[in-house]
Design a protein. Structure first.
Lengths: 200, 341
């Protein structure tokens, strides 16, 4: 399998089969919280893609050269949270200074996802051995972070689209808002469960 | 092994190394962030934060910006007017003006006014029975809406649901009533109404055209639930002493910047489509004969010809004819005219 073949497999896997929200149940907070409007869902999705990609790259390096080298794999959670938090802060400062336009569109969402479990999840899964015993290298870990972010954005936008339409529906009062949101999330997870049978 | 040796051993290998490594990581990140904070420091105008703190924080969007902080930013950087915050009112405008070092200017409190007299339980003519989602937006999209008048109120209360200040309520006839004290002129109802019946009008204006129908006279009359549509006859426009009313597309509209609340149009309207909130409670003008020099300026200015008198003689006002518009009070060079109950 060539590079692009592998990339395709990883993309389908990260977006559909092993979707962070609907298959791994990570990052549910923004999934339910920021999915009321398409606009903000898009902004959030872009911020998640960005942070996941950068965080994957950095945590991979931290893991390889600091933790594994010293036999401290059990400190991953702690070290990764520290790294991601510092990294997001740093990136926020840099883009506020150098790219005010980007800061305006991402700025609100960046601090929100500093310690999001989807971001931490992708960092930890990147350094966890795959079923066949191999591990990702730096390039594939970063790509995995990016594609997982795309998968997250995909379902977040789908959810926001459905919820915008549900706004118009004549629903019993007790079902409005979060209640129908949770049922909807469960239904979407069931639908995505069908992708698990996909063999690629 | 004694306790101390176990402790020493564990400190040596199992605790010390992780502590040192994590400590160094934390320290390094801390230093990097501290340096970055200095290096990438963006000068944020302190006035932006001050103004953000003063604003109500409702993020209603009435000012046209994304939220309160967006408005604060616009005031400082883009020179946005300081009096755009409707929920904050004059007080907040004055605060912002003080921060910006400018004058607040008069902030006119606006309120929502419905340009339709129909839409209640009994005063609406129906074209068909609508049994869908209880929303004007949804109903309006089906065959031009369930009510007979294409321009009129559908009565499913989208405006009421959109109001986050609870200023719109239903009276016993199912008509929407705006509580002017609660209304902040945020414009949410204006956006919510699919018929575009709601306008934000300065609160001190008392005369409103209660119709938005663009249909020709007879057609408008045939479908109107209250029988008081604007038929576009233009009598009001001719009666208006200040030319505040224009008729186009079979509909009269009041220019609220020009309107002087005289109410002449409401008395002249043949279909009673104009609502005059001050009807019957207006003061009448009275001339002080001592001060009047008989210049006759007031008589010329009076839109209803209620003032009479010989040149260079004291003039008098016919109280029956006077509509209380107050034009003569303004025109009198000797300030001899006063409004009396």
């Amino acid at each position: 399998m060539g590079f692009f073949g592998q990339l395709f497999v990883m993309a389908v896997s990260a977006i559909f089969i092993q979707n962070f929200v609907l298959a791994k149940f990570l990052g549910l907070c923004p999934y339910l919280g920021v999915s009321k409007k398409l606009d903000s869902a898009f902004g959030m999705g872009m911020a998640v893609i960005f942070v996941m990609t950068v965080a994957s790259a950095f945590t991979f390096l931290i893991d390889k050269y600091l933790l594994v080298a010293n036999g401290l794999e059990y400190l991953r959670t702690l070290a990764f949270i520290l790294t991601i938090a510092a990294l997001v802060q740093f990136v926020e400062m840099v883009i506020q200074k150098n790219a005010p336009a980007l800061y305006k569109s991402l700025g609100v969402y960046l601090p929100l996802i500093t310690t999001n479990c989807a971001v931490l999840g992708v960092a930890i899964l990147n350094v966890t051995p795959l079923p066949d015993g191999s591990t990702y290298n730096f390039l594939w870990a970063t790509l995995n972070g990016f594609l997982s972010g795309v998968g997250f954005t995909f379902v977040l936008l789908a959810m926001a689209g459905i919820r915008e339409r549900l706004e118009l529906v004549d629903m019993p009062k007790s079902m409005r808002g979060f209640a129908s949101g949770l049922i909807l999330a469960g239904t979407m997870a069931l639908a995505f469960y069908g992708f698990m049978g996909l063999k690629i | 092994m004694t306790v101390t040796t176990i402790l020493a051993a564990s400190i040596g290998s199992q605790i010390l190394i992780p502590v040192i490594i994590l400590g160094i990581m934390g320290l390094a990140f801390g230093i990097i962030l501290a340096v970055a904070a200095k290096f990438f420091n963006v000068q944020i105008d302190p006035r932006v934060e001050e103004i953000t703190a003063i604003l109500p924080g409702a993020n209603c969007g009435g000012c046209g910006k994304a939220g309160c902080s967006g408005y604060a930013d616009a005031v400082v950087h883009d020179g946005a007017p300081v009096n755009l915050c409707a929920p904050g009112g004059a007080e907040v405008a004055a605060h912002i003006a003080r921060i910006m070092g400018t004058e607040a200017g008069a902030i006119e409190k606006k309120v929502a006014v419905f340009h339709c007299s129909s839409g209640g339980y009994k005063n609406t003519n129906w074209k068909y029975t609508y049994k869908g989602i209880e929303s004007c937006k949804s109903a309006a999209s089906i065959a031009g809406g369930p009510n007979a008048c294409f321009w009129g109120c559908i009565g499913y209360n989208d405006c009421l649901k959109a109001c986050m200040f609870g200023a719109i309520s239903l009276d016993e006839n199912g008509m929407r009533v705006v509580d002017w004290d609660k209304c902040t002129a945020c414009g949410a109802c204006v956006k919510a109404c699919p018929r575009k019946l709601i306008e934000l009008v300065p609160q001190n204006r008392a005369v409103h055209i209660k119709c938005s129908s663009l249909a020709k006279g007879p057609d408008a009359k045939a479908v109107c639930g209250t029988g008081n549509p604007c038929i576009g006859c233009g009598i009001c426009a001719r009666k208006c002493p200040v030319q505040a009313i224009t008729v186009s597309n079979n509909l009269a509209r009041i220019d609220y910047d020009k309107c002087i609340n005289c109410g002449l149009c409401a008395t002249a309207c043949p279909t009673k489509a104009i609502l005059d909130l001050l009807a019957g409670s207006r003061k009448k003008a009275e001339i002080d004969p001592e001060a009047c020099i008989g210049c006759a300026i007031c008589a010329k200015a009076c839109p209803v010809e209620a003032i009479s008198g010989e040149l260079k003689q004291a003039h008098s006002i016919d109280k029956e004819k006077c509509v209380g518009c107050g034009i003569c009070v303004e025109k009198c060079p000797k300030k001899a005219i006063k409004m009396q109950d």
